[in-house]
Design a protein around this ligand. Structure first.
Ligand code: C2E
Ligand code: MG
Ligand code: MG
Length: 465
């Protein structure tokens, strides 16, 4: 009898321990030992409800590691798992009294600090976290490097629950990560408005694709040597019933985030080649290519299909890529650009002078043309240095055998200076805005019937001569 009672007692103890283990396991991430997302949100919710001081002084910091998919892809999942748990161990070891720390997902962590005096202290702690966690991690024969971003949300600015606070920190983190290097950002209501707008633009984009209201307009570019029309750049336009016209500067990044860009980019290539196939045979067409089209590996097939369907010759197709495209996966990008070049297309480096403006790209990648960004051209209006810079870039490109287009030519002064520096082509509102099919036919007709030619283009280009 006594023995049976003891056994029951022992059994209850064991069950108690087992239950505690199960609870611990369900609340903690298996890889890192940090709290899971659900447990963390629950704890933060309790802290916010139980103590008004926490609502006034709490802050949630979201942290993400950039480059983990690259480590997983190149060195293997076991190495990325090692990095994720090593970073978690560092975070766990940082003394932050009263805090909760969790792994939200993949390489995404969060810390909730219940008692901070002000935004300055929050900023100092965020910087310490970034500095501590972004130290290289030793792996076999080499240190592994990665960058880290942080997004901070203050509890006092949050009218919702803990999930909403995590959402605020996510928006701030996204803003910090979008700036490229390591860094942090604080949540502010404009980030929430911008996120709402992105959702509206995405819905409008789906609707515009469904009802075929995305279309292309064409902006001509002219030779500075002859004044002749050389070709057109195809630019996408979107009309939404709800939002009105939406600029590509806004809808292209949304399309890139949502993977719609593959479909849109392939359509733009096919449509531009189909249209340009009706032009005189000396005119080229330029199509902008999004980085995602190169990273997804579909660009060579898309270009091949567009050319074949339209019977448009590859040598008249120019593909414009921006410098940011070349930063990531540069081996894969190089292979695809080389394949496109071998097919006969020209590759153009667009927006040169924004971004990193790294000259090494000019010989590493198979470019045949460089487009100087309009910001550089407009700098002629405000700084004397711009003249020297423009002259050097055009000279260097010429030495490397590259043609140069200057975009954003808005004034006679811009046209005169660039012509003086032997820039090959000019494009900008001074010569023509992007135009639709009717005007386009007119511009082409003018080119081949000089008596119809608008007086402006040649005189604008040759005025200085
Ligand atoms: P981008 O390729 O650098 O195109 C030049 C942009 O500058 C165009 O804006 C054009 O309308 C504008 N522009 C041309 N001349 C002048 C000028 O003299 N002054 C000023 N202020 N602006 C001028 P848009 O059409 O709004 O396009 C903006 C950007 O959106 C493009 O920059 C390109 O990066 C992207 N984009 C447009 N269409 C496509 C597309 O089909 N695919 C992809 N991936 N991106 C596209
Ligand atoms: Mg362009
Ligand atoms: Mg450009």
């Amino acid at each position: 009898m006594v023995e049976a009672e003891l056994n029951i007692e022992e059994l209850q103890k064991r069950i108690g321990r087992l239950e505690a283990d199960i609870t611990h396991l369900s609340m903690h991430d298996h890889l890192t030992g940090l709290m899971t997302r659900a447990a963390f949100i629950n704890e933060v919710d309790c802290a916010l409800h139980q103590n008004p001081e926490v609502k006034a002084k709490g802050a949630l910091i979201g942290i993400n590691l950039r480059g983990i998919p690259r480590i997983a892809g190149t060195l293997g999942r076991h190495v990325s798992d090692y990095v994720i748990s090593a970073i978690a161990a560092r975070l766990n070891a940082m003394p932050m009294p009263g805090s909760f720390k969790c792994r939200l997902d993949y390489s995404h962590y969060a810390v909730f600090l219940p008692d901070l005096t002000d935004a300055l202290q929050t900023m100092m702690i965020t910087k310490q976290i970034i500095a501590e966690l972004s130290q290289p991690i030793d792996w076999v024969d080499r240190p592994l490097m990665f960058q880290l971003g942080a997004g901070v949300a203050l509890a006092k600015d949050n009218d919702g629950d803990a999930s909403n606070l995590v959402h605020h920190a996510d928006l701030a983190l996204k803003s910090a990560m979008s700036k490229g290097g390591p860094g942090y950002a604080f949540f502010n209501p404009t980030l929430a408005l911008a996120a709402k707008r992105r959702v509206a633009v995405l819905q409008a984009l789906h609707a515009a694709i469904d009802d075929h209201s995305i279309h292309l307009v064409y902006q001509p570019y002219y030779s500075t040597k002859t004044g002749a029309l050389n070709g057109f750049e195809a630019l996408m336009r979107m009309e939404s019933k709800e939002l009105g016209p939406v600029s590509p500067v806004e809808f292209i990044p949304v399309a890139e985030e949502s993977s719609l860009i593959g479909q849109l980019g392939a359509w733009a290539l096919a449509e531009a080649c189909r249209t340009a196939a009706n032009w005189p045979s000396n005119l080229t067409v330029s199509v902008n290519i999004s980085p995602e089209q190169l990273y997804s590996g579909t660009i060579v097939t898309d270009v091949h299909n567009a050319l074949e369907l339209s019977s448009f010759p590859a040598y008249r197709l120019e593909l414009e890529v921006t410098e940011s495209t070349l930063l990531k996966d540069s081996e894969m990008v190089l292979q695809q650009l080389s394949a496109l070049r071998e097919m006969g297309c020209s590759i153009v480096l667009d927006d040169f002078g924004t971004g990193y403006s790294s000259l090494s790209y000019l010989w590493k990648f198979p470019f045949s043309k460089l487009k100087i960004d309009r910001a550089f051209v407009h700098a002629l209006d405000s700084t004397l240095m711009a003249r020297g810079m423009l002259q050097s870039i055009i000279g260097l490109a010429g030495n490397l055998g590259l043609k140069v287009t200057a975009e954003g030519i808005e004034t006679q002064h811009h046209a005169d200076v660039l012509r003086e520096f032997n820039c090959d082509y000019l494009q900008g509102f001074l010569l023509s805005k992007p135009i639709g099919p009717t005007e386009l036919a007119h511009v082409i007709l003018q080119e081949f019937a000089p008596q119809l030619r608008k007086p402006n283009v040649e005189t604008l280009i040759f005025k200085a001569g």
